[in-house]
Design a protein. Structure first.
Length: 598
C-alpha cells in the first residue's frame, strides 16, 4: 500500500470458544476475539486514485438488438423512452437488487398505430431474450407510446412497473407483468409516470402530470393547471424534506397545494443549479422557448430554441467549466444554452415529426465534459459537449419521433457502460426495437445499472430500485438532469481495494477461522465484489461473502479453512474477477504464509 492505510481494529480476547491461541504471524493479532467484527471503519483516501482521460478511445459498436416480439409478433416498433432496472433475482441470493442483470422495459406498437393500445415488454439487459410481454392487465391496456417507470414503490423489496394507460392515467403491474392496480385521473397516451416519496413516509407516490397516486393506486390529489405534458418532475425545491411536483409552468406542494404558476406556457421540464448557489432553478420548454424559473416562480430568463420546437431539457456541465448548461433538441437543430440563456452551439438535426424529442448526456471518456447522446428521425448522434463536433453518427436508426430519448446505463451489469436506443421504422427505413451500443475498447467511464423513469436524475432512485424517502438534492452533488453517471464518484474517480491485517483463531477440529481486513482507499465506492483464498496451485480453498465498500472505508471478511486444505502458503485475493475498476490492481493479494496453528 501507499502508506495511507490507517485501519481501526477492535481488540478483544480469545475467550472460552474452544479456540487455541495461534503461533504469532506477521500482522496477526493474538489478542483478538474469533468472532468477526464487521463494523465499517474509516481509512485514509488516496487523492491521486483517478484515471487519466482516455480521449481518442471512443469506439461505439452494437452489442445486441431486440426487434422481434415473441409473444405478439409485429409489436416491435418503439416510440417511447424505455426504463432500466432490476426485475428478477438473477444471481439467486434471494433479493432483487443492483447485483442482478437489469431489464429493459418499454411499450411498443404495430403497423403505425402509435397512439393506440400496445404492448408492455421486459427483456433482459444482457440481450439473452424476452422475459414477458402483455397487452392488457386487469382489463386495462398500456399505451403503445406511453412512458414507463420501474421501482419498488411500496417498500416490499419487489419492484413494480408502471406505464401510461389508455383508459386511466397509470397502469401498474408486478415485476412479472401481472396486474397490480389501475389509477384514477385523466389519461394521456404519450405521458410518463414518475416515482417519488413526496411526503417521506417510506411509500412512493406515482406522479402523472398533475395527478398524484398513492402506492396502492388510490388518488392522493389532483391539480388543475400545468401538466408538464404529463411528464412531471418530483423535486424538493425548498429542501425541507418533502418533495414538490414541477408540472410545466406550475409548482405543487407535496400535498397538492398550488404554490405558483410562472405565467408561461405549459411544457417539459428539468432541474439544475445554474449559478452554483446551491438553490435549484426549474427549466422547461414550450412554444419554441426555453424558460428558466427561480424556485419562487419568478422567471429568470427565456430564450428561443434555434430551429423551432423544443424537447425536454437536459442539464449537465457540457463544456467542463464547472457550471451547468442546458441541452435542447428542436426541429432543425440540437442546441446547448449557457447558464444565462445564451446559445453556446447548435448542430443541424432532423426532427420534423414532433420536434419534442429528448436527449441524454454522459462523460464517456472521463475528461470532465458531458457528451450529448441524441436520436432524431434518421440518425443517432453523439456530439462533443463543449463544441458540438460530431463524435459518432449512426444512420441506421429510425423514428417517427415523440418524446423519446436514448438512455445511458450499465444495462448488462458487466461493469461497462452502454447506450440503449429505442427505434421504429414505420415512417423511415432503418432499425426498430432496442439497440444496445457499447465501446469496442471497454474504455467508457462507469455508469449505473438503472435509469428508472423519464424524469430521471441520479438521486431519484437507489441502485437496487428502491425509492428514497429523502433523496439528496441532485443539484448539490451532480448538478445534472437526464445525465448518466454513477453514485460511486465522479467519472474519473476509481476505487482501490487491498487486504491486510490477517487474524487467525485455531479450532479444536484442526481448522482455522481467518479474519482479513479489506480496505478501499480509492476516491470511488464499489459495487459488490467477492474475495477468495487460493492455494499455490491457484485452486480456490475458501470464499468470502460479497462486500460493497464506500470510498475511505474498510470492513472485515471471514474465511473458514481446514488444515488439510492449507498446502504451503495460501493467498487471499480481493476482487479476483475484476468487477471493480481500480487505480492499482497490484495490491489485491495477501500472502498468508504457513499453517498458523500449533
Amino acid at each position: 500500500m501507499r502508506g495511507l492505510l490507517a485501519l481501526v481494529l477492535v481488540a478483544a480476547g480469545c475467550q472460552d470458544y474452544g479456540y487455541h491461541n495461534k503461533v504469532d504471524q506477521p500482522g496477526a493479532d493474538t489478542a483478538r476475539d474469533c468472532s468477526v467484527d464487521d463494523t465499517v471503519t474509516a481509512v485514509a483516501v488516496d487523492s491521486t486514485c483517478v484515471v487519466a482521460p482516455s480521449v481518442g478511445t471512443f469506439s461505439p459498436t452494437v452489442e445486441w438488438q431486440w426487434n422481434t416480439n415473441d409473444a405478439y409478433p409485429g409489436y416491435d416498433d418503439i416510440m417511447s423512452t424505455p426504463a432500466i432496472g432490476n426485475l428478477t433475482d438473477d444471481n439467486g441470493d434471494g433479493v432483487i437488487d443492483e447485483n442482478d442483470v437489469p431489464e429493459v422495459v418499454f411499450t411498443s406498437f404495430s403497423g403505425g398505430a402509435y397512439s393506440s393500445a400496445g404492448t408492455l415488454t421486459a427483456i433482459s439487459g444482457d440481450g439473452s431474450g424476452q422475459e414477458w410481454s402483455i397487452t392488457d392487465a386487469g382489463g386495462y391496456h398500456p399505451s403503445s407510446s406511453g412512458g414507463v417507470a420501474v421501482g419498488d414503490i411500496d417498500g416490499d423489496g419487489i419492484p413494480e412497473v408502471c406505464v401510461a394507460a389508455m383508459e386511466v392515467s397509470v397502469l401498474c403491474v408486478t415485476n412479472t407483468g401481472a396486474f397490480k392496480w389501475a389509477g384514477a385521473g385523466p389519461a394521456y397516451v404519450y405521458g410518463a409516470p414518475a416515482f417519488a416519496d413526496l411526503d417521506g413516509d417510506g411509500q412512493s407516490e406515482v406522479i402523472f402530470g398533475y395527478t398524484v397516486l398513492n402506492s396502492d393506486g388510490t388518488l392522493k390529489w389532483q391539480g388543475a393547471a400545468g401538466a408538464g405534458y404529463w411528464l412531471s418532475i418530483p423535486v424538493d425545491v425548498d429542501m425541507d424534506g418533502r418533495q414538490e411536483v414541477y408540472a410545466g409552468n406550475t409548482l405543487y406542494a407535496y400535498d397538492g397545494t398550488p404554490l405558483w404558476n410562472d405565467g408561461t406556457c405549459d411544457g417539459m421540464g428539468a432541474v439544475g443549479d445554474l449559478d452554483n448557489d446551491g438553490i435549484p432553478e426549474l427549466i422547461h420548454t414550450c412554444g419554441g422557448q426555453v424558460t428558466a424559473t427561480n424556485r419562487d416562480g419568478s422567471v429568470r430568463w427565456q430564450a428561443t430554441v434555434p430551429g423551432g420546437g423544443g424537447g425536454p431539457p437536459t442539464v449537465a456541465d457540457f463544456d467542463g467549466d464547472g457550471m451547468a448548461e442546458i441541452g435542447v433538441a428542436g426541429a432543425y437543430d440540437y442546441s446547448v444554452f449557457d447558464s444565462d440563456g445564451t446559445v453556446l452551439w447548435s448542430m443541424p438535426v432532423q426532427d420534423y415529426s414532433s420536434s419534442v424529442t429528448g436527449s441524454s448526456v454522459f462523460d464517456f471518456e472521463g475528461d470532465g465534459k458531458a457528451d450529448v447522446v441524441y436520436a432524431d428521425e434518421v440518425t443517432l448522434w453523439v456530439f462533443d459537449g463543449a463544441t458540438g463536433a460530431v463524435k459518432f453518427q449512426e444512420d441506421q436508426h429510425a423514428s417517427g419521433t415523440l418524446y423519446e430519448y436514448p438512455l445511458i446505463a450499465d444495462v448488462d451489469n458487466d461493469g461497462q457502460t452502454e447506450i440503449i436506443l429505442p427505434s421504429n421504422n414505420y415512417a423511415y427505413e432503418g432499425w426498430n426495437g432496442i439497440t444496445v451500443i457499447g465501446d469496442a475498447n471497454n474504455s467508457w467511464r462507469p455508469s449505473r445499472p438503472i435509469w428508472n423513469q423519464y424524469a430521471y436524475s441520479i438521486t431519484n432512485v437507489n441502485d437496487d430500485g428502491s425509492i428514497p424517502a429523502h433523496p439528496d438534492p441532485n443539484w448539490l452533488t451532480y448538478n445534472n438532469f437526464r445525465t448518466g453517471g454513477t453514485t460511486l464518484g465522479l467519472g474519473s474517480d476509481l476505487a482501490d481495494l487491498s487486504p491486510s491485517n490477517p487474524v487467525y483463531c485455531c479450532n479444536d477440529d484442526d481448522t482455522v477461522d481467518l479474519d482479513v481486513q479489506v480496505s478501499n482507499t480509492g476516491l470511488a465506492g464499489t459495487t459488490a465484489f467477492t474475495s477468495d483464498v487460493y492455494n499455490p496451485g491457484d485452486s480456490e480453498v475458501a470464499s468470502g461473502a460479497a462486500l460493497t465498500l464506500a470510498s475511505g472505508t474498510a470492513q472485515s471478511l471471514a474465511f473458514h479453512i481446514a488444515h488439510s486444505d492449507w498446502r504451503g502458503s495460501l493467498t487471499v485475493k480481493v476482487d479476483d474477477t475484476n468487477r471493480v475498476e481500480e487505480c492499482n490492481e497490484d495490491d489485491n493479494s495477501l500472502a498468508l504464509g504457513a499453517w498458523p496453528c500449533k
